[in-house]
Design a protein around this ligand. Sequence first.
Ligand code: NAD
Length: 289
Amino acid sequence: MKIGFIGLGNMGLPMAENLSRAGHEVTGHDVAGVTSEQFATRASAEEAVRDAEVVITMLPGGEILRRVAGAIVPAMRESAVFLDCSTVDVESARAVADQARAAGLSALDAPVSGGIGGAKAGTLTFMVGGDAEGFERARPLFDVMGAKAVRCGQSGNGQAAKICNNMILGITMIGTCEAFALADRLGLDRQAMFDVVSTSSGYSWSMNAYCPAPGIGPESPADNDYKPGFSADLMLKDLRLAQKAAESAGADTPLGLAARDLYARFVEEEDGAGRDFSAMLPRFAGRQR
Ligand code: NAD
């Protein structure tokens, strides 16, 4: 397939390279002038998308996505697929999809989980909103870039699934870290705590698969001095998107709100910036009530 790829950052570049390696004809663009030995790039987004059957965007946020869509939608080939893989607010995802559909394009929002490692290995999970026909056309590309693609319904629902998942993740990580810090104060050994909780009703992905305590459970960023992994900064971004969505939809999410405020403090006022989101454990462990 002919693919235009806009946004060649930490995630976008390896995704585009995987598509090119799989035999697709990729033409890329990034404002920062990123280039690749694997595929051709163009100086403008409009040029990169002109002949593409599918255009993929992997951008920092909703405002930039809206701006880029404003520029490329009119330049795209008729009935092409606009496939946005960025994590953005639900409203921006729906606005861009409406704009694309009004121009006769097929539109999908398909945020990912799996991080930079998953992007490089081609094992991302895609959560996809938009029409079934567009989803089928994009499926061969999901198969190259990822291990799994789940269609979640109408436009914006991919973003909705992503922020709901990450709201649970932020909350359970905080809960797991709090519990370890409490166990420390009570003289309960961390390994014993893991052995009990990981096979009891307190288990979760945060505890069992990504344990925030160094040296315990499977290897995780805690074993690498909390180098991300999934950074606290990106968790904060997603928790903010969840609260924005909760406000506009009138949903009561008190723990999501508390998690957002805690990550905001950790990243913006303490030493959380650039650290893995599981570094909440040393934060709690080092504090006195
Ligand atoms: P990044 O900052 O490394 O990459 C974004 C790229 O977009 C940059 O190279 C930037 O130059 C480019 N860009 C910005 N404005 C542009 C424009 N107007 N035209 C063309 N290019 C433009 O970010 P990333 O880590 O690659 O993340 C991309 C998206 O994926 C974000 O929405 C992020 O939330 C999401 N995401 C990231 C991860 C992760 O672990 N990094 C995991 C899941 C989802």
